[in-house]
Design a protein around this ligand. Structure first.
Ligand code: NA7
Length: 548
C-alpha cells in the first residue's frame, strides 16, 4: 500500500499524523477543499487508526452505525449501508477504505511509518517532522490525528515477559485472529474492550478466568439488524439527523430529561429507565437524568435500578455482588455496552476474580499469581487493560515548539490547551480530538468533523491574513484550562478512578482531561470565537513565505 518514499515530497504545507477518521477527513479538507499539499503518516499497515489495531473478538463501536461516520458529504452518508445497529470493526475499516477510495486519499498516505518527532523552526516558521523510517519532512502545519485511545497500556506486572503461553493486548490484536478453542484463558480487565470480547472468548475457551479490578456499569447493546422502516425514515432525514447530532450534548440523538431523579419516585424512575435498558445503547447514561451527574443521591437512584438488573442477569448471588460496581457513581466512567457479558458468568467454565482486594502480584511462566499466593495456570493471557488515553498518543511524539520546549514537558502536570486543539508556544500545531476538547465524551465522528472544520478555518485565516503562524495566547490557554477545571468541579466525574482522570496509568497526573462543555455548546463557543475574529489566537504579522 505504501508508495515508495522517493516519490514523496519532503516539503508540504501540512503533515497529518494518523489515518483514522480524523486523518482522512483532514487530508480531504486540506488537499481537496483548500488546495494545500499534505502528507499523512500512519504507523499501521492500513487505514483505520484505532480500528486498525483493535481487532479483538467482538470489537465494534458503541455508537449507532447511522451516525458513526462522516456527514460532511450527503452522498457518502447515503451510499454506505451498515449491516447492524452497531458497526463492527471490519465493517468500520471497510467504510474507511471506501471513504479513502472515493476521495482518492491513499496516494498521500505513507503507511507502516511512525512519526517520532516534530520540531518547530522559529527562523523559518516551519515544522520538521521525523519518522521511524528516517524521513524528515518540512511543513507549515502539523496536525495530530492520533486518536484518544491508541497508546495501549500494558501494566508492568513483575515477571510479565516470563509467561510461556500466548499473550495478547486487545488494542494490538493479531490480524489473523486468535483461536482460543479448548484453551485456558485469563483476561485481565473489565472495561469496554473486555466486555465485548469476553462473551466470544467464553464460547471458545475451555476455561476462562476474568480478573476484575473495578466493576463497571454495563448496559445492554441490543445489537441486531435495523428494521427497514427505521432505515428508510433515517434516509429521508439526513439534514435533520445532522443538525440534531451537531447540536446535541453528546453527538447522539439523545436528550436529557428535564425532570431530575431527585424529584422522581422510584416507580417513575423505573418507568423511565426500563424502556431505555430494553432499547439498549447509551440512553440510560447520556439520555436520562442530568442531576445524576451532579448529585450523589440522584445518582444512587439510578445505580439502584442498575444493581437490580445485574442481580436479575447473574445467577450466582456472590458473582452478581462482585459485578455490582461500588465506591463510585454511575456515569462518570465510560459505560461499556454488552452483548452477553453478564450472561457469560452464568457458564460453569467462566470465573470472576476480584483483583482489587487481592491484586495480581506477578505473571509466572505458566499463568499468574495473586498477592495472597493463589495461582492460576493459562494457555493464553489477554490484557484488556486499556490505553494511556488522550495525552498518551500525543506525548509519545517528541513535539518541540518555540525554544525547543517539549510538549509533554509542558503537559507534565496535565494538558494545557486552548479548545483542546492548540497549545501556546506550539504554532501551527493542531491536536484533533485532543485533551480538553469534548471528544471522548461524544460520538467521535461528530466531534472529529467539527474539529477538522475548525482547524481548516483557522489555517484558512492564516492564509487570508498573509500570516505565517497561529497559536493561542497564553491568557486564552490559561483561561481554557481554568474553565475546564470549573466545568468538572460541580460534577461527580472526579469521584472515579477513570481513564478520563488519567487514573489508570501509574504516575499520570490526576486531571480530568475531556472538556465538559459538550458537543453543541462547544461548537457554538468555537463559532463565536471565529465570529469574534479568532478570539484568543495570535497570528504573526510576518508574510507567509514559501517553504522551499
Ligand atoms: P479501559 O476501559 O481502560 O479498561 C481497562 C481495564 O483494565 C479496566 O477494567 C482496568 O481496571 C483494568 N486494568 C488496567 N490496569 C490494570 C492492572 N494493573 N491490574 C488489573 N486491572 C487493570 O480500556 P478498554 O480497552 O476496555 O476500553 C477503552 C475505551 O475504548 C473505552 O472506554 C471505549 O471508549 C473504547 P480499572 O477500571 O482501571 O480499575
Amino acid at each position: 500500500m505504501t508508495v515508495s518514499d522517493d516519490t514523496r515530497a519532503s516539503t508540504v504545507d501540512a503533515v497529518v499524523i494518523g489515518a483514522g477518521f480524523s486523518g482522512l477527513y483532514m487530508l480531504h479538507k486540506l488537499r481537496d477543499e483548500m488546495g494545500l499539499t499534505a502528507r499523512v503518516f500512519e504507523a499501521g499497515g492500513g487505514l483505520g487508526g484505532t480500528w486498525y489495531w483493535n481487532r479483538y473478538p467482538g470489537a465494534r463501536s458503541d455508537s449507532d452505525s447511522y451516525i458513526y461516520g462522516f456527514t460532511f458529504d450527503e452522498q457518502l452518508w447515503r451510499e454506505w449501508e451498515w449491516s447492524e445497529r452497531y458497526p463492527e470493526q471490519h465493517e468500520i475499516r471497510a467504510y474507511l477504505e471506501h471513504v479513502a477510495e472515493r476521495f482518492d486519499l491513499t496516494r498521500d498516505i505513507t503507511f507502516d511509518t511512525r512519526v517520532t518527532g516534530a520540531t518547530f523552526d522559529e527562523a523559518g516558521n516551519s515544522w520538521t517532522v521525523t519518522t521511524d523510517r528516517g524521513e524528515a519532512v518540512r511543513a507549515r502545519y502539523v496536525i495530530t490525528a492520533v486518536g484518544a485511545l491508541s497508546s495501549s497500556n500494558l501494566p508492568e506486572f513483575p515477571g510479565r515477559d516470563s509467561f510461556r503461553g500466548e499473550t495478547h493486548h486487545t488494542g494490538v490484536w493479531p490480524h489473523e485472529g486468535v483461536d482460543f478453542t479448548g484453551k485456558r484463558v485469563g483476561v485481565i480487565g473489565t472495561g469496554a474492550s473486555a466486555v465485548q470480547a469476553i462473551p466470544l472468548i467464553a464460547k471458545e475457551a475451555s476455561d476462562l478466568t476474568v480478573f476484575q479490578r473495578t466493576a463497571n456499569y454495563i448496559i445492554p447493546a441490543n445489537n441486531g439488524p435495523v428494521p427497514d422502516e427505521v432505515r428508510k425514515a433515517r434516509l429521508g432525514d439526513y439534514a435533520g439527523i445532522r443538525e440534531r447530532i451537531q447540536r446535541s450534548y453528546f453527538g447522539f440523538e439523545l436528550d436529557l430529561l428535564e425532570k431530575g431523579a431527585l424529584e422522581s419516585t422510584d416507580e417513575e424512575i423505573y418507568n423511565e429507565l426500563m424502556p431505555r435498558w430494553e432499547e439498549g445503547g447509551f440512553g440510560i447514561w447520556l439520555g436520562s437524568y442530568v442531576d445524576m451527574f451532579f448529585n450523589d443521591e440522584a445518582n444512587a437512584k439510578v445505580r439502584n435500578f442498575l444493581h437490580d438488573r445485574i442481580r436479575e442477569k447473574v445467577e450466582d448471588p456472590a458473582t452478581a455482588e462482585l459485578l455490582i460496581p461500588k465506591g463510585y457513581p454511575f456515569g462518570v466512567k465510560r459505560n461499556p455496552l454488552d452483548s452477553g457479558y453478564y450472561e457469560a458468568f452464568n457458564e460453569p467454565h467462566v470465573h470472576l476474580v476480584d483483583v482489587k482486594s487481592n491484586p495480581i502480584a506477578e505473571i509466572t511462566p505458566t499463568g499468574l499469581r495473586l498477592q495472597d499466593g493463589t495461582s492460576f495456570e493459562f494457555d493464553s493471557i489477554v490484557y484488556a487493560t486499556g490505553f494511556d488515553a488522550m495525552t498518551g498518543p500525543i506525548n509519545k511524539i517528541d513535539i518541540r515548539g518555540r525554544g525547543g520546549r517539549l510538549l509533554r514537558e509542558k503537559w507534565e502536570a496535565g494538558p494545557r490547551t486552548y479548545l483542546g486543539l492548540t497549545s501556546a508556544g506550539f504554532p501551527n500545531l493542531f491536536t484533533i480530538t485532543g485533551p480538553q476538547s469534548p471528544s471522548v465524551l461524544s460520538n467521535m465522528p461528530v466531534s472529529i468533523e467539527q474539529h477538522v472544520d475548525l482547524v481548516a478555518r483557522i489555517i484558512g485565516e492564516v492564509r487570508d491574513r498573509g500570516a505565517s503562524t497561529v497559536e493561542p495566547t497564553t491568557q486564552a490557554e490559561d483561561a481554557w484550562v481554568v474553565h475546564n477545571a470549573e466545568l468538572v468541579k460541580p460534577t461527580l466525574f472526579e469521584a472515579a478512578d477513570s481513564w478520563y482522570m488519567g487514573a489508570n496509568i501509574p504516575g499520570k497526573p490526576r486531571v480530568f482531561m475531556p472538556n465538559l462543555s459538550f458537543v453543541g455548546p462547544y461548537r457554538a463557543k468555537c463559532d463565536e470565537i471565529v465570529t469574534n475574529g479568532y478570539e484568543g489566537f495570535a497570528f504573526d504579522a510576518g508574510k507567509q513565505g514559501a517553504l522551499t
